[in-house]
Ligand binder design. Structure first.
Ligand SMILES: CC(C)(COP(=O)(O)OP(=O)(O)OC[C@H]1O[C@@H](n2cnc3c(N)ncnc32)[C@H](O)[C@@H]1OP(=O)(O)O)[C@@H](O)C(=O)NCCC(=O)NCCS
Length: 170
């Protein structure tokens, strides 16, 4: 499998826009804020997020966050988000890393691959332990996390599910 992971850029081609349109706006706790945007709005989204990745123009309470795109054997398979550090909110909701594989590419091992690749980026910016929070019923994502060394610390009961807190030592 030929793998490429790179950060989102200020200008992205149509294939990237199409991938963001294929992934639902929200699924099992993973949010895709670019779903439903027009092409023009998406360009604006990309520019803004490149800024957030550099810590520029962050909304109050937000930390620097980088979006990454995964290509596998030439096919754009999904995207991930990496928060550069945790604040109180992220410590309780969301953690460092989130990932989504486009529905047409699922079940091929790309979930495992995207997390492996993003963890290398996390280590490179000095994150020593990465936190992932995953709903208890999201078995596929829990497998992805455990495949990558995730250790379950606790499951915090919510109204409709339990939130699993996994830590990965880097
Ligand atoms: C979670 C997600 C990223 C997994 O991506 P994927 O490419 O389908 O995952 P993989 O093919 O790498 O499979 C991961 C594991 O799940 C297993 N799996 C795949 N489909 C499954 C299913 N329907 N039920 C149970 N296990 C399943 C695979 O066997 C694999 O386990 P293994 O390594 O022990 O064999 C993808 O389903 C997704 O984008 N979901 C929506 C967003 C989301 O939930 N993100 C995570 C939020 S914390």
């Amino acid at each position: 499998m030929k793998i490429k992971l790179r950060p989102l850029q200020a200008e992205e081609p149509e294939e990237v826009y199409q991938m963001f349109q294929e992934i639902p706006a929200e699924e099992d706790g993973f949010e895709n804020p670019a779903q439903g945007l027009s092409r023009e709005e998406f360009s604006d989204f990309c520019r803004r997020h490149v800024g957030y990745s550099r810590g520029e123009n962050l909304k109050p309470g937000y930390v620097p966050n980088t979006y990454f795109l995964l290509w596998s054997d030439g096919r754009l398979a999904g995207f991930a988000k990496m928060r550069h550090y945790l604040n109180d909110f992220l410590l309780n909701h969301g953690g460092h890393i989130g990932y989504g594989i486009r529905p047409s590419c699922r079940g091929n091992g790309y979930g495992n691959v995207i997390l492996t690749e993003v963890l290398k980026k996390a280590k490179a910016i000095g994150i020593e332990r990465a936190l992932l929070t995953i709903r208890d019923y999201n078995i596929r994502s829990r497998k992805v996390c455990e495949f990558n060394g995730g250790k379950l610390e606790k499951i915090v009961p919510q109204e409709k599910w339990g939130e699993c807190f996994y830590w990965i030592d880097l």
